[in-house]
Design a protein. Structure first.
Length: 117
C-alpha cells in the first residue's frame, strides 16, 4: 500500500500563487508517473499535470504557462507551483502516483484550493 499526503492548499486571491506538495510513503516501481488532478463541486476529476519518473511533463491546456510540476525522486515527492491563479482554479486537488506496469494507482486525500477575492 502506498500512502500519499498532500499539503499547501488554502485561500488565495486571484492572481496569487500557491505551492502544493505531496509525499509518497514508498515507490514500488521505479517506472511511475506522479501527478495532480482536481475536482470542482459537481464536476468530474480532471488532470492538472503529470510528471513521469523520466521527467516528462504533461499539462492541461487550462494551466499551461501558469502551473509547474516538479518531483524529487530521492524523496518521493511531487510539487505543483501554481501562479496567476484564477477563480476557476478553485477545486480539491488530488495527488496521485501511477505504476502502469503493475496497473496500480494511488490517490491522496485531497487538499482544497480556493481562489477568491
Amino acid at each position: 500500500q502506498v500512502q500519499l499526503v498532500e499539503s499547501g492548499g488554502g485561500l488565495v486571491q486571484p492572481g496569487g500563487s500557491l505551492r502544493l506538495s505531496c509525499a509518497a510513503s514508498k515507490i514500488i516501481s521505479s517506472v511511475n508517473t506522479m501527478g495532480w488532478y482536481r475536482q470542482a463541486p459537481g464536476k468530474q476529476r480532471d488532470l492538472v499535470a503529470t510528471i513521469t519518473s523520466g521527467g516528462v511533463t504533461n499539462y492541461a491546456d487550462s494551466v499551461k504557462g501558469r502551473f509547474t510540476i516538479s518531483r524529487d525522486s530521492a524523496k518521493n515527492t511531487v510539487d505543483l507551483q501554481m501562479n496567476s491563479l484564477k477563480p476557476e482554479d478553485t477545486a480539491v486537488y488530488y495527488c496521485s502516483v501511477n505504476f502502469l506496469s503493475l496497473r496500480l494507482t494511488y490517490w491522496g486525500q485531497g487538499t482544497q484550493v480556493t481562489v477568491s477575492s
